[in-house]
Write a protein that binds this ligand. Structure first.
Ligand code: SF4
Length: 376
């Protein structure tokens, strides 16, 4: 254990006994403490994030795998991602389909298109469909309720996850009543000031956080998350993200590296790294052992074996793309996104091989959060 003397007091040591000596725990001790107590203080998280070595990271990943296998064995859950629209009313500075990007080639899928994706996904073994899109006014409550009911009647053994942005609580309620099981809404950052650096002034951090609490109250399985390495992010801000997630107690947390998009205000910013992202995945696994943690496409984009590394750092979910190949390139959130040219079956086969190489295996089930009492 390393002793840390606060410099202000160092001078006094020449003249008298030291007045204050702070002890700073080394990284491995903090990791073990996190595994045992499932929480650290903000300062401890920030220290760990800022100061860990490669050796500490390997220790974290080993512990994360032990914890993950205690609850999930070797299973990796599949989610079929259907990108239903790239129209968006919002203007997040980091996003390639933000409304100010005039070069984006816009599309939206019809109900027929989406059902065809589900049909194909079902044949391939998917039992969760994630409908993701920008905040597109075309997808009114009525349109979505009709779609959700239709999917549920054709595929009653499947879970429906929505990732369609912010809505009023009563609107989330309608979609839940129609049969939606889960909702993903990344909080992006737990810090309001940081949120204001990533979004235009008219986008509200408070409203976003309120949406997450509303979703929980309604009874959705809730997913949140953030990007690692966004502009202005610090270890202290990441520590705040950890504490917010602990407080919210979501069932799923999606994190991936920030990858700049050429047609956004952050085009020239530096992206997040694989190392930082994997470390945060490992910390999340120890803090909340039963989390559903995807190994994201963004990880696979900045590192050819990023998704395998994510699984080895504690992740237990993968989300292959079921969107029609004709629109995949258009759902262009960040540059060089992978898996935009392959048919769904190719994506699944490719991921199956990758997962097998890690010693884990795909499980064909809804993959609800442990202990979740689903409405079926
Ligand atoms: S991140 Fe989401 S809400 Fe923001 S502009 Fe992109 S699609 Fe819209």
């Amino acid at each position: 254990m390393r002793q840390w003397h606060i410099p202000t007091f160092r001078l006094k040591m020449y003249f008298c006994k030291p007045i204050l000596v702070c002890k700073r725990m080394d990284s491995k001790t903090l990791i073990s403490q996190l595994e045992e107590t499932q929480i650290l203080s903000k300062q401890e998280f920030a220290d760990l994030i800022a100061r860990h070595t490669e050796d500490d990271a390997q220790f974290l990943f080993e512990r994360a795998r032990v914890v993950r296998e205690r609850y999930f064995g070797k299973s990796v859950y599949l989610r079929g991602l259907i990108e239903i629209s790239n129209y968006c009313a919002n203007d997040c500075y980091y996003c390639g389909i933000r409304r100010s990007n005039d070069t984006a080639d816009r599309y939206r899928l019809t109900e027929e298109d989406i059902l065809a994706c589900c049909e194909e996904g079902y044949q391939l073994g998917f039992r969760t469909f994630v409908m993701q899109g920008g905040e597109d006014a075309h997808f009114t409550d009525e349109v979505l309720v009709h779609l959700i009911r239709n999917i549920k009647s054709r595929f009653p053994d499947c879970a429906i996850t929505l990732s369609l942005g912010e809505r009023a609580k009563e609107r989330y309620q309608k979609l839940f009543d129609a049969g939606a099981d889960r909702y993903l809404l990344r909080h992006e950052t737990a810090n309001a000031q940081h949120y204001a650096q990533l979004h235009p002034a008219w986008m509200s951090h408070a409203r976003r956080i309120q949406c997450l609490w509303d979703l929980k109250e309604i009874g959705y399985q809730v997913g949140t998350g953030f990007m690692v390495g966004t502009p202005f992010q610090t270890p202290e801000l990441l520590a705040e993200d950890m504490l917010f997630i602990k407080e919210l107690q979501p069932q799923m947390v999606g994190i991936g590296p920030f990858v700049p998009h050429h047609a956004t205000p952050f085009a020239n910013e530096t992206g997040g790294t694989v190392e930082q992202t994997l470390f945060m995945l490992g910390l999340l696994r120890l803090m909340m052992p039963q989390l559903l943690l995807p190994s994201t496409t963004a990880l696979g984009t900045i590192d050819k074996t990023g998704r395998e590394k994510g699984l080895m750092a504690g992740a237990n979910v993968v989300m292959p793309n079921l969107s029609p190949v004709s629109v995949r390139k258009k759902y262009d959130l960040y540059d060089n996104k992978i898996c935009t040219g392959d048919e769904s079956a190719q994506c699944v086969n490719c991921l199956g091989v990758r997962i097998a190489s890690t010693g884990y295996r795909i499980e064909e089930s809804r993959g609800d959060a442990p202990g979740w009492d689903n409405r079926q």
